[in-house]
Design a protein around this ligand. Structure first.
Ligand code: ADP
Length: 262
């Protein structure tokens, strides 16, 4: 499979020119990471988790981030998800610099643009599938109740969970629970889904199911996907692979295998 990977020239760490400057986005540019850096701690105790990562991502792009444990993948995803603040650099969504807007504006950007899926589903076990999926929207209170209901049903349908909304979350299998968590992340119709080892807890069958669903959702809704995995065979199911080593983006490759196969 390795020769199916066609290398795109990667920018040097700290170089603000994006690796995919040369290509155009069919549906517009979504995200620009510019020199993103994160240091935890200070002095002798400092950990340079991310050392200046720069890349662009288009709307609808289906990409993965790979790297060894401790290389900085989760740190990068948390910064892109605006869940954490960089020590240096910034992330732009639709050209808007997340570092220069107010905290409330950043919260709106996060809620409206970004969905997050983690390795663990973090469902509320005492609540129904519907309540788990709808809860963030119900709390936000920005949509009418009927809209939340129809959107939740539609989203559950996208994840192959039709007819499950009344079930208690506890009654589901591990694979179904993770698909409910994915539905919850898609409720706000984000422009990008950031997923951190989303199938790390699932068996092969459910892993394949989740990736097939991700692919279908990306194609149908033009949602961008950026999926962290330590598993190269999973990354090879995405169209673009970003590789992080010791906090640096060391490779940015286009995976032509799938495109060729279609
Ligand atoms: P990965 O996701 O690739 O396993 P991480 O982004 O979780 O890597 O971690 C990168 C480095 O930053 C590691 O050395 C890790 O120990 C360190 N790190 C991550 N989070 C923190 C934190 N909150 N405080 C201190 N060090 C951290």
């Amino acid at each position: 499979m390795a020769d199916a990977l066609e290398t795109i020239p990667s920018s040097a760490p700290g170089n603000a020119s994006a690796p995919n400057d040369s290509r155009t986005c069919d549906f517009g540019m979504l995200l620009s990471a510019k020199n993103l850096a994160k240091t935890y701690g200070e002095g002798d105790a400092a950990t340079h988790a991310l050392r200046g990562v720069t890349f662009d991502l288009c709307n609808g792009e289906f990409a993965s981030i790979i790297g060894q444990s401790g290389s900085g993948k989760s740190t990068l995803l948390n910064l892109l998800g605006l869940l954490d603040t960089p020590t240096a650099g910034t992330a732009l969504y639709n050209g808007i610099d997340s570092a220069t807007i107010t905290k409330p504006a950043r919260a709106i950007m996060r809620n409206e643009m970004i969905g997050f899926v983690f390795q663990f589903h973090y469902l509320l076990p005492e609540f129904s599938v519907y309540e788990n999926v709808a809860m963030p929207a119900l709390i936000a209170g920005t949509l009418p109740a009927e809209e939340i209901r129809s959107r939740a049903e539609e989203t559950l349908g996208m994840l192959g969970l039709d007819g499950m909304s009344g079930k208690n979350a506890n009654a589901l299998s591990g694979g179904q629970k993770q698909r409910v968590a994915i539905a919850r992340a898609l409720m706000n119709r984000p422009a990008i889904l950031l997923a951190d080892e989303p199938t790390g807890n699932l068996d092969t069958l459910n892993t394949n199911l989740v990736y097939d669903l991700f692919r279908e959702i990306s194609r149908e809704t033009r949602t961008a996907f950026l999926i962290v995995t330590h598993d190269r065979s999973i990354a090879e199911r995405t169209d673009r692979i970003l590789e992080i080593t010791d906090g640096n983006l060391v490779a940015d490759v286009r995976n032509s295998y799938l495109a060729d196969a279609q």
